[in-house]
Design a protein around this ligand. Structure first.
Ligand SMILES: [Zn+2]
Length: 189
């Protein structure tokens, strides 16, 4: 799927695959009319994720083809994607995400969009989709689901987006920021 950003990071166009992807991922409200004209950053709440996106977009505007492996799992599928950001004309950036492979798995309730949630929350890495489990650290989804059930009970906690301690420096480095330290969203005190 592809979308285009102007020089102020506003979405100027999306392709038909983009809409299909939004619907498949339970975001029916994201119609083309509702997103065109909005800043891509209006869809990103977490500060560390916003910062990395800003670095990636800046790097692409320097004429570099920016490539980042990402995960975009559904409850029922492990999905590996590649995110590519390139210039597409003097003032436009083209953002492309391509599915590399999909592996079906037993459904993970923790990732479902609907259903009850407990009052606690844990962070999910926006880039690799690992989940930060208290005491244990960043774990793959399946392991996190089992551990969280033991730690916090049968009702899954809320998921907050973030950047894990591996992805933050590695994506910053891909964006040409060699000085990147650890994620600003490090372990909560
Ligand atoms: Zn990560």
């Amino acid at each position: 799927m592809r979308y285009w950003l102007d020089s102020l990071d506003r979405i100027v166009a999306v392709d038909t695959d983009w809409r299909v992807f939004a619907v498949e991922n339970g975001a029916e409200e994201l119609t083309e009319e509702s997103v065109v004209g909005r800043s891509v950053f209006s869809f990103i709440a977490d500060e560390s994720v916003r910062h990395l996106w800003a670095l990636l977009l800046r790097r692409a505007r320097q004429g570099v083809v920016v490539q980042v492996p990402i995960r975009c799992d559904s409850p029922d599928d492990f999905r590996a994607l590649e995110l590519v950001v390139t210039m597409d004309g003097p003032d436009l950036l083209l953002v492309t995400t391509s599915m590399l492979f999909v592996v079906p798995r037993p459904s993970v309730r923790l990732l479902r969009k609907v259903g009850p949630r407990s009052t606690s929350s844990v962070r999910i890495c926006s880039w690799c989709k690992r989940i930060e489990v208290p005491v244990r650290g960043w774990c793959e989804v399946e392991e996190a689901a089992v551990l969280l059930e033991v730690l916090t009970g049968a009702t899954p906690p809320d998921l907050e987006q973030g950047s894990c301690l591996d992805c933050y420096p590695s994506i910053a480095a891909r964006a040409g920021d060699a000085e990147a330290g650890p994620s600003p969203a490090g372990p909560k005190a």
